[in-house]
Design a protein around this ligand. Structure first.
Ligand code: AGP
Length: 488
């Protein structure tokens, strides 16, 4: 559409979708005799995808709003009206609301909100609602906890991130900044969940793009590479908050050696954003729950996307991901709840993964520790026989996370546990032989080897969530932890 605008002589300043919406309306404004309603209706036919936006003309005292797919709700106050994509932001101002539906244009004046059909411009009658619920319930979108809400946002935010990456000029700058003279290894640096995303990213880059990436914990980066990196080196620092002190210390160490600093972050305007030569956003919206969930998914999506770009592979192959994520939540939730009920009685657990699923096992174990207070260790499955196997006894649960292609070997690792009386819980796509060898099976949808690890993360998150709730713990606020760690 931007090319069309330029051809028509409009001034196009940026590349973001918001500006595109403005021009989409602007080009119809004069043709419709300066009638905003008519111009928006014409633009609606041109715009594709999901959006919600508010627009006005400098000579008009009204605001016009329209949405497709995305949320939009108007508030009616005493002598004012307001509109937002987010109900909780309105509730401190007024409890009188009007929900805007797809195909409706809302016109806001200080004394009221009018609704019009986008199809024929006719007025629509809608009674205002009075929202009586607590703000907290609205904030949680009807879910009992932010964690569950944020898990259920994963399909949407993954789709939004892919859309953003496909259209962002910063991806090219980011890829350019990754160029090193002799294709030397690149470092992926993070803490906690973000570190696990770095580990997964390193597998992706090796297996898809044949580029060696070394994933390191931020303090480990300082200790292990802080004296040897130089101006030719590049490191990608990954942090949801962009404020984790351990990560910022590592950034400082990299800067002191003259190396390039790339950032991957969720909070725009964070210290990491300012400290990076180039950064890419995770585009997840706020993540309120202390356990990171949707930001991990998007960190993984971002690394996968970049690996595809580096390999010159068609990123269109990633397009089914949002739908696969939504289906994964649907088909695994009930079994996750049952498995959580069994695990609830154990305080010492193992998550096993192999290759690309090893980071998912680590992440599954971290999430379980974080919000259930049970001890849980993530292990490369072939290592289990080298020591931890001695923990297995009658009924002892072990979780196995398997990507397509690794099932035969994982069955060997399963049998080491089951022959000693252990209970094997598999998370994998359907595989009859694996099914025949385990006690519980969380089945994810069929997907390629690289999309699968991202899907496999979701049942692991759900297991930890349900176990946390079964234990009477608030998963959003586990004891002793905070969302952002600004201390050494
Ligand atoms: C994850 O569930 C944790 N809350 C924690 O490990 C977190 O990922 C870590 O503190 C890093 O945070 P960051 O991504 O904001 O840097």
């Amino acid at each position: 559409m931007r090319e069309l605008f330029l051809r028509e002589g409009l001034t196009v300043r940026g590349t973001n979708d918001g500006e595109t919406c403005v021009h989409a309306v602007e080009r119809h404004f004069d043709r419709n005799g300066g009638d905003m309603l008519a111009a928006i209706r014409a633009a609606y036919a041109d715009l594709e995808g999901d959006y919600a936006f508010v627009i006005t003309h400098h000579d008009d005292h009204r605001l016009f709003a329209i949405k497709k797919g995305s949320g939009l709700v108007a508030g009616l106050g005493g002598g004012f009206t307001c509109i937002s994509s987010d109900l909780p932001s309105i509730l401190p101002l007024t409890r009188r609301i009007v929900r805007i539906r797809d195909g409706e244009i809302a016109v806001l004046a200080p004394d009221g909100v009018g609704l019009y059909s986008v199809h024929d411009g006719s007025p629509i009658q809608r009674e205002e609602e009075h929202y009586d619920g607590p703000i907290e319930v609205a904030e949680k979108g009807g879910y009992p906890h932010f964690m569950l809400k944020e898990i259920h946002e994963e399909p949407t935010v993954a789709g939004e991130l892919l859309h953003l990456l496909n259209n962002s000029k910063y991806v090219d700058s980011f890829l350019k900044a990754l160029d090193t003279p002799d294709s030397r290894p690149v470092y992926f640096v993070g803490c906690g969940t973000s570190y696990h995303a770095c580990l997964l990213g390193a597998y992706y880059w090796n297996q898809i793009a044949r580029r060696t990436a070394i994933a390191l914990l931020a303090p480990q980066f300082i200790e292990q590479c802080g004296q040897s990196v130089g101006p030719e080196d590049v490191a990608v620092f990954v942090s949801q908050s962009g404020e984790t002190k351990d990560v910022l210390n590592a950034v400082k160490a990299m800067r002191e050696r003259g190396g390039r600093v790339l950032g991957v972050l969720n909070v725009l305007g964070s210290t990491l954003a300012h400290a990076s030569d180039v950064y890419l956003p995770l585009a997840c919206g706020y993540e309120i729950s202390v356990p990171a969930t949707k930001t991990f998914v998007n960190q993984a999506v971002l690394f996968l996307y970049l690996a595809y770009r580096l390999a010159g592979r068609d990123t269109g192959e990633l397009a089914p991901l949002p739908d696969l994520l939504a289906r994964t939540l649907d088909v695994t939730d009930a079994t996750a709840r049952d498995v959580a009920a069994y695990l609830h009685h154990w305080d010492d657990l193992y998550y096993l993964g192999y290759g690309v699923t090893h980071p998912i096992a680590l992440e599954g174990a971290l999430k379980l520790k974080e919000i259930t207070y049970a001890h849980c260790e993530g292990i490369f499955s072939s290592e289990f026989k080298h020591g931890p196997l001695s923990a297995v006894r009658q009924g002892y649960p072990v979780l196995f996370i398997t990507a397509p292609g690794d099932e035969a070997m994982m069955i060997n690792h399963v049998n080491e546990v089951t022959t000693r009386g252990g209970r094997a819980i598999a998370i994998a796509a359907e595989h009859p032989a694996l099914r025949a060898n385990v006690h519980d099976y969380l089945v994810i949808p069929e997907a390629n080897r690289f999309l699968s690890p991202i899907l496999l993360t979701l049942p692991a998150q759900l297991i930890s969530y349900h176990m946390s709730v079964a234990r009477g713990i608030d998963p959003d606020h586990p004891r002793n932890l905070s969302k952002t760690l600004t201390v050494d």
